[in-house]
Design a protein around this ligand. Structure first.
Ligand code: LLP
Length: 386
């Protein structure tokens, strides 16, 4: 997947760093747009997945809206001239709400009555009408990792179905609020598309409730969560947007003039990014060998936090594989003083040496954005293909 020229360029770049293939990002956006425009769907990019300026410029130019979860993300989306900005999050501070009101964003996705009342009060002080959508907890299982499941009643997210009537009635009385839509998000890294079918069916029921209560909805927002292939990235660099959007077209009933919105993060940026690191040492353990990298959980926390799998490649050695290239089993670890600082156990790699370059694949989403300066480490730089 990396050309020889690219690997040569890597050799002169201080490690660790994130490498982003902007051409691949462009190709992914083309595929996404081709499939979403078929149905007139609106896609918002979830900035939380990766908020690098270069990445945001490419995505904004593709004409996507923005999905933000903090005041700073709203500001950043504004700086990049994203047109339709949605602001979600279970705990928006007054300052963040004011930032979003001042930017005249398209919609606040609201998770409780108390939040809606505060938005009303702050909008009133600014003499504005705030457009809002109710984030409803649909109680649909996304069949994904429990830390990134959000649409079950036991999760902290959204307004529960049994509270809906009271929340809607009270909201209708608020002078500085305009109800514009309903919002769902059931989780992330969803690979079983039947979860989305369940969401559509539940959304149809909820929509009927709004119709019977004569509350018009301009839009429905079904969130994000489409998963990517972490195990064999090169086989599926571009997610199956065709099946994804056509499923919504098949099962979600839109009313006349109603628009359908998506908030996609991972599926847009995951495959275009790799964390590139250098082998510091190769160490013999009792039952395994350790490859010790100069990147750690500070640069990429997903394996430690979610036990997530990322494909690991020795890109110095796979450049010139021969029939006698010997593959050995290694635990690939970082330099941080935590046992969870491990990128992969029993990983088969060509015999690996100090100074080899290692690529940790599919790290364009929730990689760099979740990095930390624990141990007073430097923030890894980003490098872009042209
Ligand atoms: N909309 C809402 C309301 C969300 O909470 C999220 C992600 C998205 C959209 C975008 O979801 P995506 O299309 O990227 O799956 N750090 C975790 C993922 C956390 C996702 C949080 N919410 C990870 O590394 O897997």
């Amino acid at each position: 997947m990396f050309s020889k020229e690219t690997i040569q360029k890597f050799q002169n770049t201080p490690t660790p760093f994130y490498y982003y293939d902007l051409g691949m990002l462009g190709g992914t956006l083309d595929a996404l747009k081709k499939e979403s425009v078929k149905y007139g769907y609106h896609v918002h990019y979830a900035l939380k997945a990766n908020a690098n300026n270069e990445i945001l410029s490419v995505i904004q130019q593709a004409g996507l809206g923005a999905d933000c979860v903090s005041g700073n993300e709203v500001k950043k989306a504004g700086e990049h001239n994203f047109e339709k900005i949605f602001f979600a999050g279970v705990g928006k501070s007054d300052e963040e709400i004011n930032t979003a009101l001042d930017k005249n964003i398209s919609c606040f996705n609201c998770e409780s009555l108390q939040e809606i009342e505060v938005i009303n009060e702050l909008a009133n002080k600014r003499n504005k009408i705030a457009p809002i959508a109710f984030r409803i907890n649909p109680n649909v299982n996304a069949n994904t990792h429990k830390y990134i499941t959000t649409g079950l009643e036991e999760n902290k997210f959204g307004i529960n179905l049994w509270e809906l009537e009271e929340v809607v009635k009270r909201t209708q009385q608020l002078k500085n609020i305009k109800i514009t839509g309903i919002h769902f998000h059931i989780g992330s890294q969803i690979t079983d598309l039947s979860a989305y079918k369940s969401l559509c069916l539940r959304a149809n029921e909820i929509q009927s409730w709004f119709v019977s209560h004569k509350v018009p909805l301009e839009h429905i927002n079904v969130g994000g969560g489409l998963g990517v292939d972490y195990h064999t990235p090169d086989k599926n660099l571009i997610p199956d947007f065709s099946s994804y959007f056509s499923l919504f077209n098949q099962f979600l009933e839109l009313r006349p003039k109603q628009t359908l919105h998506f908030e996609i993060g991972r599926a847009i940026v995951a495959q275009c990014g790799s964390l590139i690191s250098k082998v510091l040492f190769v160490k013999k353990g009792v039952s395994t060998n350790f490859v010790i990298l100069d990147a750690g959980m500070t640069e990429l926390i997903r394996p430690a936090l979610y036990q997530s799998y990322h494909k690991i490649e020795n890109i110095s050695q796979i450049q010139y594989p021969t029939s006698n290239t010997q593959y050995l089993k290694y635990d690939v670890v970082g330099p941080i003083c935590e046992s969870s600082d491990c990128f992969g156990k029993a990983v088969m790699l060509p015999e690996t040496k100090r100074g080899d370059l290692i690529a940790i694949r599919t790290t364009g989403a929730y990689g760099e954005v979740m990095s930390s300066q624990y141990n007073l480490r430097e923030k890894a730089k980003a490098v872009y293909s042209v």
